[in-house]
Design a protein around this ligand. Sequence first.
Ligand code: PLP
Length: 364
Amino acid sequence: MSLTFDVRRNPTPASEERRAAIHANPGFGVFFTDHMVRAVWTRSGGWGDGRVEPYGPIQLMPSAAVLHYAQEIFEGLKAYRHADGSVWSFRPEANAERMQRSARRLALPELPTEDFLGSLRALLAVDEPWVPPAGTGETSLYLRPFVFASEAFLGVRPANEVTYCLIASPAGAYFSGGLKPVTLWISQHYARAGAGGTGAAKTGGNYASSLAGQLEGIEHGCDQAVFLDSSTQTYIEELGGMNLFFVTRDNRLVTPELTGTILEGVTRSSILELAKDLGLDPEERRIPIEEWKEGVASGEIREVFACGTAAVVTPVGELRWEGGSAPSTAGESGGEVTNAIRSALLDVQYGRSEDTHGWLTRLA
Ligand SMILES: *Cc1c(COP(=O)(O)O)cnc(C)c1O
């Protein structure tokens, strides 16, 4: 039986003026809607106790397992308002399925796809006005589902009580400065994931592992770090939270193949499908970091970009490492192919072009 969500309305929701002010300048992940969704799983009873309730603090015992052993997973997707006022999401079933794969890796219970989608609809049913109005550029309502071990127990084993939550945050363009190419730092001392580890799961621990490399990059004047395979330090994997693509001189669109240490982005797989529509040849394989350095010098690599739900598609500029750098191929605001892919995705998401791949699901 699918989960139902009892609605307990927030008695003091934000005023329309307050919401409009937030929509005018949402930033990213700063403001949250009036409500959240919560459900609890127990080993004996399965998923239950689904509710929509006022957004607010979660009570946890200090012994809650997640705080000690990081048994946690999350997702990230967006709700987009179309010109006719309707609200849509982009391939939310793919997020539901990925959350199930992440759950298996972290020994957490799987939330069925229909309950995942049900929770999105339940939240949108009360917080629909929080989806920014159409025609304001790249604004959306960012949706953050997450699952964590809420059982109060310090023993090391999969938790017998787990909590699912969904929160939502109005979002503007992810990078506030516009489409400025990001400078990347090759993280040589720190990996975000290793063979047999949790790299392919969307779990907070991978982000925690990426921060030291990220910080090292920032200290070297870069915006983000690019991580290599941890066993040989030879092959390009991804950024802390985005996948990478290369556009070659002969219109191939190359991205690192999924080796178990790379997170399979929904944006990544959508771009691989879109490639054919745009006359590009998609290619998934191992890419040595040397190929990037040399490809920029020889002109073999025309463009580099990163992708993910939050920032969509972001041009990558200069690459730096200890003792060297490769110049940007991105110009002022990204190359032609990068921008064509970016527009193609945004046009589908915002309902400005036909959804030929059947990627949109209506939420409200
Ligand atoms: C979420 C995430 C991505 C991007 O995935 P999308 O589904 O495209 O948002 C890429 N890399 C990592 C490590 C991630 O956690």
